[in-house]
Design a binder for this molecule. Sequence first.
Ligand SMILES: [Zn+2]
Length: 338
Amino acid sequence: MSEPANKLESYPWHRALWTSLTRDRTRLVHALLLNGQIGLGKSTFATQLSTMLLCENPNQHSHACGSCKSCLLVSAGTHPDLKRVEPAEEGRVITVDQTRALVEFMTLRPHIAQRKVVILRPAESMNTNAANSLLKILEEPPLGNIFILVSHQPAKLPATIRSRCSRIEFKLPPRHDGIDWLQTQEVSVADAAVLLGLAGGAPLRALELDQTGVIGQREQLLVDLEALRAGTADVVACAARWQKIGAEFSLAWLQRLVADMVKIDMISQPESFLANHDLACRLQALGEELDLKQLYGFADAVSQARDLLASPVDNLLLLEDILIRWFRVTRKIILPTE
Ligand SMILES: [Zn+2]
């Protein structure tokens, strides 16, 4: 995820939260739970907050000075009073050994700052033993130390952990603010609106999608679906293109496109409910003459194909199979076995 150019500068949608949190220092209790959907910069906020809490000379707006010894050490990732706890690899758990090590870290005196700070993320990746070992110290961290837990899915945390933390909610910024910010990141206004919709309103997620070229790839998938429906494309060539884009990516997007076609079929004014609202007209044309039963049948087949991606089945064959299904269902080719 992209950090603000100046690490001491916050994302615009953080400002009000920062001001309210730092103005009322009583809210900076020993355990904070920063929660909200992915792509809102919670981890950046946690880093900025910990930098400020360790800084020797925070400015009048409660921002870290950026130049004291503590600030320089945080920036270099070597501050002895700041500990970050994350899974060893993405998707893995935070283990009990990791939380035991941080309990030990918290019980020793600070080296150079007035307190110690721990950032633990994503908190929901702690396994049960790890969470249990954290509980006691979370209630009474010694010496005014502060835990900052970051969570995208706080409902997955044990209630005992949640109840010991002060919750700081990160909400989606208004849509126009998200679009304005994306433009400052050199995203065109037209793409910004689409990307923000695809990212569920989270600006950093939208920027990440932009950087992976998602709009161009989605367009290729749609063009192939249209051409197959018109009978002007070849299944084998399309499947090869989709594999090059990525089988998982292609099938995940196919699922979203078909889900939108279902909504278009079911709802009288579906635009605001569509993930791909910019494609409403093309998706309507694509799903025309298909009834709900056919769309649901095809959606099921896509879902099953996605499940099979993890198995040893050849991905190219899976893509060919799903595109043949699309070709047949849109060209009204019914086989005797069906
Ligand atoms: Zn400083």
